[in-house]
Ligand binder design. Structure first.
Ligand SMILES: [Zn+2]
Length: 462
């Protein structure tokens, strides 16, 4: 994933300490170098997830049939407040392990359930218990950002836990409601003072819209460090403002497709030349592997391109968006969004060694490898992640985590689920997972004489 998107065959990557020392064929290596045989595989940079509500991993899969409205009601209005510090810890721990296991070497924890500093400590403790690269995006949906961000204990927490180490970054996470009084100003000022980027859900149907973007712009708070999550329902004017100020959009295609924030926007972001990064949003619905994110993003972009053309009676014969671009968004795009592009995002000499080896000798899908970018996006899956190196440390090898114990993480999740089931009660728990289905009307069909069902009934009866 260098500037030339070079693909080298029969090549080696040499890691010394925490850095990439050399990339190429027939490398001279220091004595005692451990060799990992990558024959038949693909070595790629570690992937970067720029927006994930990691605490919600304790509710994995629970909201598979939710819309955004149901998510808001469950988490924001009804039950999100029930999460104790240990529940935040449990979700973050499982999610962090899931990241490195899937080759996502850097993950932004969009942590908007931090009702108290104890919750925040628990979130960071969990991230630091796992040998991945993380960014805590501090947020709290239960109070205004102008409230929590200006408390002395918040500042003390930031000073205590964030020391500039590139294994643990820091952002402020809050949304701009569009209130013309712009009450979010103090939170933006705190971010500016701390030198911390702001990440914000912007362009979410029914929640945040062009007013939010314009307020940020008019008050001078749109910067190249700003990350706009979803940005799926904005006007051309808002996209121009984002492009002109240099921020990145974090696209969560699987989320946008199910929840209704708006159509996954890469097709329009491309036309505005807005930098893109990928994210998975939350494991309440989706797994947190970026193969799914790349695949769904490439598919959604192409689907939109075809649809737009069909509406004009035209045919797309050449797709604009290519597989290599999706891989770039999942690696360098994320690194750039986080201001880490000098350090991670590509396999280049001098960069931090965040390296993923895709290799699976037992899989019929790992041969032939003809088009490596296409293979990563449309063929590979998380089970093909053979080895993962973060900051020069092997954290997964031969398909097994190294030095990470899954058992305590599983026990913590079980305890949280048991507690939440008790706190909600059996009925609310079941109901929350199974929202009502609106009535569907099957269209009248003029071809009733071929109705196979009634034909089958007649035969059966007689
Ligand atoms: Zn989100």
């Amino acid at each position: 994933m260098d500037d030339g998107k070079s693909v080298l065959t029969d090549a080696d990557v040499l890691v010394v300490g925490e850095r990439i020392e050399a990339v190429g064929r027939q490398l001279d290596v220091p004595e005692g170098t451990v060799e990992i045989d990558a024959t038949g595989g693909i070595i790629m940079p570690g992937m970067v997830d720029t927006h994930r509500h990691m605490w919600q991993t304790a509710m994995r899969g629970y909201g598979a049939d939710w819309t955004l409205t149901q998510y808001f009601v469950w988490n924001y209005l009804e039950h999100g407040k029930k999460f104790r510090p240990e529940d935040i810890h449990a979700g973050n721990l499982a999610s962090a392990i899931e990241s490195i296991e899937a080759g996502v070497t850097t993950t932004v924890d969009w942590s908007h359930g931090l009702q108290t500093i104890d919750h925040a400590e628990a979130a960071v403790d969990a991230l630091q218990a796992v040998p991945g690269r993380f960014v805590l995006a501090y947020g709290n949906i239960h109070a205004g950002p102008w409230e929590w961000s200006t408390q002395p204990e918040f500042r003390a927490f930031v000073d205590r836990r964030f020391t500039g180490d590139d294994m643990l970054g820091f952002q402020l996470a809050f949304d701009v409601t569009g209130d013309p009084a712009f009450p979010e100003r103090p939170a933006f000022e705190v971010a500016r003072e701390l030198g911390a980027p702001v990440t914000t859900h912007a362009g979410v149907w029914g929640a945040t819209n062009n007013d939010s973007v314009q307020l940020m712009y008019d008050h001078g708070f749109m910067t190249p460090q700003t990350v706009y999550v979803h940005a799926a329902t904005l006007s051309a004017d808002s996209y121009h403002r984002i492009a002109a100020t240099g921020g990145t959009v974090s696209v969560s295609t699987e989320s946008e497709q199910s929840c209704g924030q708006g159509y996954p926007p890469t097709w329009i972001l491309r036309s505005h030349d807005i930098p893109v990064a990928l994210s998975v949003d939350t494991s309440v619905w989706w797994s947190a592997d970026l193969f799914s994110a790349m695949r769904s993003t490439l598919g959604a972009d192409r689907a939109r391109e075809h649809l737009e053309a069909h509406a004009k009676g035209e045919t797309i014969t050449h797709c604009h968006l290519r597989a290599d671009q999706a891989v770039e968004w999942a690696t360098r795009g994320g690194a750039r969004a986080l201001g880490l592009d000098e350090k991670i995002g590509s396999l280049e000499v001098g960069k931090k060694a965040d390296v993923v080896l895709l290799k699976n000798d037992d899989s019929p899908v790992m041969f032939p490898i003809l088009n490596p970018y296409g293979h990563v996006v449309f063929q590979a899956q998380r089970a093909d992640v053979h080895t993962v190196i973060v900051d020069g440390r092997v954290v997964k090898h031969n398909h097994r985590l190294v030095g990470v114990d899954l058992a305590p993480a599983r026990r913590a999740i079980e305890a949280t689920v048991e507690y939440l089931q008790g706190a909600l009660g059996a009925e609310a728990w079941q109901q929350g997972m199974n929202p009502d289905i609106p009535q569907t009307k099957v269209l009248d069909n003029p071809y009733t004489y071929t109705d196979y069902r009634s034909a089958a009934t007649h035969q059966a009866s007689g």
